[in-house]
Design a protein around this ligand. Structure first.
Ligand code: SF4
Ligand code: SF4
Ligand code: SF4
Length: 248
């Protein structure tokens, strides 16, 4: 029996999520026994254009070229998996949506701005149907494997819809708020096993918000520790603050 054809693509991104896959090591070798990997810019030079069983797409749509490429990928793929925050929620790219695009273009490209087409940043599901989402910046490797297994078996993958705090407490971390440091764990969807907090950092919300974030609870925690709510608002801007357009 032939193995399913799988390809990895990148739109506007740093390709850090693709690098996470390339760095899987032995797990990647085990995966390669089960699939026919036909395109992967960081590992292969081939660029075939035939039909695909599974397309992994990283990065956001930031202009008409990305949009056309995404539609072409969707057309040739039975399943499409958006992976990484840039693809699933707009991620760091979507910070640009908080200001008029023309203003940002002028700031970056000066009098050459007209040569570089740009539009409002969009995650993939705003343009094409997406079958699976792997959140995170970069993706959490264990979750990538779970999603790939689900896709190969044509089973659903249920993204946790509870806060990172749950995983953080299961890992017995001391809460950052006890150290008077703000953290977005209470409003961010879990699934990364509280990766950043386990490694001494705070949560910046790269997996996006839980579907029903407890705003009142978050405000109560800030007030209990006498912390300024602007500290939270600033952290929100990195991944979650600018998905709504201001112009164009
Ligand atoms: S989600 Fe993060 S690591 Fe992945 S491509 Fe985007 S910026 Fe890079
Ligand atoms: S607020 Fe941050 S550090 Fe505290 S429990 Fe939640 S995720 Fe962990
Ligand atoms: S702890 Fe927060 S910022 Fe870190 S990977 Fe998990 S969701 Fe992303």
């Amino acid at each position: 029996m032939s193995r399913p054809t799988v390809a990895f693509f990148e739109l506007a991104s740093c390709e850090g999520c693709q690098l996470q896959v390339a760095n899987l090591g032995e797990e990647l070798l085990a995966i390669l026994d089960r699939i026919d990997l036909v395109e992967f810019r960081e590992l292969l030079t081939e660029r075939p254009d035939g039909p695909l069983d599974i397309a992994f797409v990283e990065g956001s749509v930031v202009n008409a070229e990305c949009e056309a490429r995404l539609h072409a990928i969707r057309q040739r793929s039975e399943l499409l998996i958006a992976y990484g925050s840039c693809a699933t929620i707009g991620g760091v790219n979507a910070m640009a949506n908080g200001r008029p695009i023309s203003e940002i273009q002028a700031e970056v490209y000066g009098d050459q701005a007209e040569r570089f087409a740009a539009a409002r940043v969009r995650p993939l599901h705003q343009l094409v149907p997406v079958d699976y989402f792997i959140h995170g910046c970069p993706i959490y490797p264990d979750e990538l494997i779970k999603v790939l297994k689900a896709a190969l078996a044509h089973l659903p993958y249920n993204i946790p819809d509870y806060a990172v705090c749950v995983e953080c407490l299961l890992n017995e971390n001391v809460c950052m708020y006890e150290k008077k440091v703000t953290c977005l764990g209470p409003v961010t969807r879990a699934g990364c096993n509280a990766w950043c907090i386990n490694n001494g950092n705070v949560c910046y919300g790269c997996r996006g918000l839980v579907s029903n974030p407890n705003r009142a609870g978050a405000e109560a925690v800030l007030s209990r520790y006498h912390l300024d709510s602007r500290l939270i608002a600033n952290k929100m801007l990195m991944y979650n603050g600018a998905l709504e357009p201001t112009d164009e």
